[in-house]
Design a protein around this ligand. Structure first.
Ligand code: SF4
Length: 211
């Protein structure tokens, strides 16, 4: 845990037998339901506002303090979009796979990694990332733009392209949605079916939950 002002912030934290990596707070979209704002940068008692983005060395040092084999999975998640730091993500995942080949690695993403990096990042995920979980959170572009602020045009179309690409290189691809009155969950479920990926419903988080 590192110090930020008077608060200690987390780059790596355990939660439900998994280890979570919070590598950036940057994000190319602003979701109306994002809990980093609602929960004032806290997540289940972990404070996730980074004073500075961690380097590869810092992350490895932190990972080395844990008995990695004890954890079911390592998840790139945190309060920011992990693909904002694609090269670092790749380097850390390669290191984990080299040193702990049995450890599963997941990336939770908004699905805009290819747009952010102006390249097909999915190709590089082959053999280093086991699961990609994409927050879909809208059944069409109109609903998407109501719930998300972004400069990216036709984001949902780009997210679908990302999912199709990920399918070629990553074993498990899941799309998720929160339960929200504007979102038609059934339509997203059938999109998942058409794309041949898994679907998972997520709880809509509002009030702060410390555990
Ligand atoms: S993509 Fe994630 S981190 Fe970015 S604003 Fe949305 S919920 Fe928050």
């Amino acid at each position: 845990m590192q110090k930020f002002c008077s608060k200690k912030y987390n780059i790596l934290y355990p939660y439900k037998k998994k280890l979570y990596l919070n590598i950036t707070n940057r994000c190319p979209i602003k979701c109306s339901y994002c809990i980093k704002y609602k929960w004032q940068w806290k997540f289940r008692s972990h404070y996730l506002k980074l004073a500075k983005e961690p380097s590869f060395k810092e992350i490895i040092l932190l990972l080395s303090k844990y008995n990695i084999n004890k954890y079911k999975e390592i998840v790139f998640c945190g309060y920011g979009e992990p693909f904002m730091r694609f090269y670092l993500l790749k380097k850390v995942a390669q290191w984990i796979k080299k040193n702990y080949p049995k450890t599963k690695i997941r990336v939770n993403t908004n699905g805009l990694g290819n747009v952010i990096n102006k390249q097909n990042v999915c190709k590089s995920l082959n053999k280093i990332i086991d699961t990609i979980s994409v927050s879909f959170n809208a059944h069409n572009e109109t609903v998407y733009s109501k719930l998300h602020k972004t400069k990216i045009s036709r984001p949902l179309q780009k997210i679908i392209g990302f999912i199709k690409n990920c399918k070629k290189y990553v074993n498990n691809v899941t799309i998720t949605t929160i339960q929200h009155p504007l979102i038609d969950k059934e339509k997203i479920k059938s999109t998942a079916k058409k794309l041949g990926v898994n679907f998972r419903n997520r709880k809509y988080l509002n009030q702060y939950e410390p555990k």
